[in-house]
Design a protein around this ligand. Structure first.
Ligand code: CS2
Length: 492
């Protein structure tokens, strides 16, 4: 028996471990996925694995746009990996087989473009994270000065960015008389379908105005709401899973029981019956997306910055502090919920109750540092859209502005004890420079960061209700630290 999880060792796995319920040799590719990170493998690839048992026409070819890590791990495993679902109740393991092939884009650009241009590919899905769209987070427009976009416009046949790959593949299909694939973004962007469509249309227009019109008119980009908490896999996870499997899996994913996928049903070339695996097809995703981005992700980012500063390693550790639970419940109930317009029948109260339990899940080691990444790309849709709605209604932003202040404190790159914070963000260097120039003054720091238009736009920096609230919190964070600021919050 092989000592590695792969097609040969599959039959010898211990009882009770679910494995693909279909013949993998019969699977044909229907989907190309860009961005084969843990989230894709714990979400869309699982829904698709369910569907393959009913229809083998929807196998996935998955590409990394940067790192070869996933390829190096999954190639010797024939694309197989373990999904570990963890809760206080224990762990369930399942082997996922929907990814047939992995491509590393930088070293196999033609192979990826060929797969995307293949007429059998009818959908291109994406999880490239917020920054992968190369857009301006405040406006949603393509960032034409982005180095990858500049590169891809100059060398369209050897793209680096997701928009560059998609537009080049669509051009090849168009030339060959093959209809466009549907572009299905599964990232946490506001109106994610509309955003990717705007970015692609502008990119195509810059390549060739007529092709821009074709993309605008002919390419379908349904919006989606995706939800499943998937922390980075640790060595401890790998070891525990290998012991249970009796073979090594170099690339398992660890997640929670909860999963949700809401999709707009606009697939001119057809689609898998993902509803049979629990996905919901609706005419308009926006209400669900607002609910999820503002309640879940808005709370997550708030917990991440404040929790990290308070010295908590994971979200569950942070949620073990009752003052943080109070803050987050108050944020959701008092400040976010009034901005949501939910379809009849949606049960917001139970959604929020479930969220608090999900954040508390002690079996998931979801590091505050991980969620704190890329704040410049996340803040607009997680907190600032809600802030705008509240200000328009003349309502309080006391908790929303605390999250923004904590982000400001975090991106200085120095924690409350004077140790360095490893700030990961495409704007990290610029933010750091602004912080250094502020020289430890909360007022100067706040005012310098409000000037980052890509995050705050032109309106918020000019609204004293916003700038005043954020600055006052930032002063408190410097004076008292995050733990005391949160503890005293409710008592004010
Ligand atoms: C998290 C999300 O890392 C983050 O920024 O907020 O990845 C979150 O776990 C997912 O959106 C949950 O669906």
């Amino acid at each position: 028996m092989s000592d590695r999880l792969n097609q040969d060792s599959l039959a010898d796995l211990p009882e009770g471990i679910r494995r693909p319920a279909y013949d993998r040799r019969a699977v044909r590719t229907g989907i190309v996925h860009l961005g084969v990170g843990a989230f894709h493998r714990a979400h869309q690839a699982v829904y698709t694995d369910d569907v393959l048992a009913l229809d083998t026409g929807w196998g996935i070819v998955a590409a990394s746009l940067r790192s070869p890590d996933t390829f190096d791990a999954l190639a010797p495993q024939d694309g197989l990996y373990t999904l570990s679902v963890r809760s206080q109740g224990g762990e369930a393991l399942r082997i996922i087989g929907s990814i047939g092939r992995v491509i590393v884009a930088p070293r196999a650009t033609e192979e990826l473009l060929d797969a995307m241009a293949d007429p059998r590919t009818r959908i291109v899905t994406l999880t490239v994270t917020e920054k992968g769209y190369c857009h301006d987070p405040a406006t949603g427009a393509l960032n034409e000065a982005h180095p990858d976009i500049v590169h891809d416009l100059a060398y369209p046949k050897t793209p680096r960015s997701a928009p560059g790959f998609i537009v080049e593949a669509l051009r090849r299909r168009n030339r060959a008389g093959v209809p466009p694939f549907t572009v299905l973004t599964c990232d946490n962007l506001p109106s994610n379908g509309r955003t990717v469509k705007r970015v692609l249309t502008r990119f195509a227009e810059l390549v060739d105005p007529e092709f821009g019109r074709f993309v605008a008119n002919e390419v379908s980009c349904p919006s989606t709401m995706v939800d499943r908490i998937v922390p980075a896999t640790s060595d401890q996870d790998r070891q525990r899973i290998a012991e249970a499997l009796h073979v090594e899996d170099a690339w398992p994913v660890v997640t929670e029981p909860f999963t949700q996928w809401v999709i707009e049903d606009r697939f001119p070339q057809g689609r898998p019956a993902w509803e049979k695996a629990g996905a919901e097809f609706v005419a308009d995703v926006e209400p669900y997306e607002h609910m999820k981005l503002r309640l879940l992700n808005g709370s997550h980012s708030t917990l991440a910055y404040l929790g990290y500063l308070a010295g908590y390693e994971t979200v569950a550790d942070t949620m073990a502090d009752p003052a943080f639970v109070r803050l987050i419940e108050g944020l959701m109930d008092e400040e976010v919920t009034p901005t949501l317009h939910m379809p009849p029948g949606a049960d917001l109260a139970s959604y929020k109750r479930a969220l608090v339990e999900r954040f508390k899940n002690p079996a998931l080691k979801h590091r505050t540092w991980q969620i704190a990444m890329d704040g410049s790309q996340k803040l607009p849709q997680r907190l600032l859209g809600t802030v705008r709605d509240r200000l328009r209604d003349g309502a309080s932003i006391a908790r929303l502005s605390l999250g923004v202040a904590a982000w400001m404190r975090y991106v200085t790159g120095t924690d409350e004890k004077g140790s360095a914070i490893d700030v990961r963000d495409p704007m990290a260097a610029r933010l750091r420079e602004l912080a250094d120039r502020a020289g430890g003054s909360a007022e100067k720091l706040a005012s310098a960061l409000f000037g980052v238009r890509e995050i705050f736009g032109d309106d918020l920096p000019n609204d004293p209700r916003f700038t005043g609230a954020v600055t006052a919190h930032l002063v408190r964070l410097y004076e008292k630290g995050a733990k005391r600021t949160v503890a005293e919050f409710g008592a004010e």
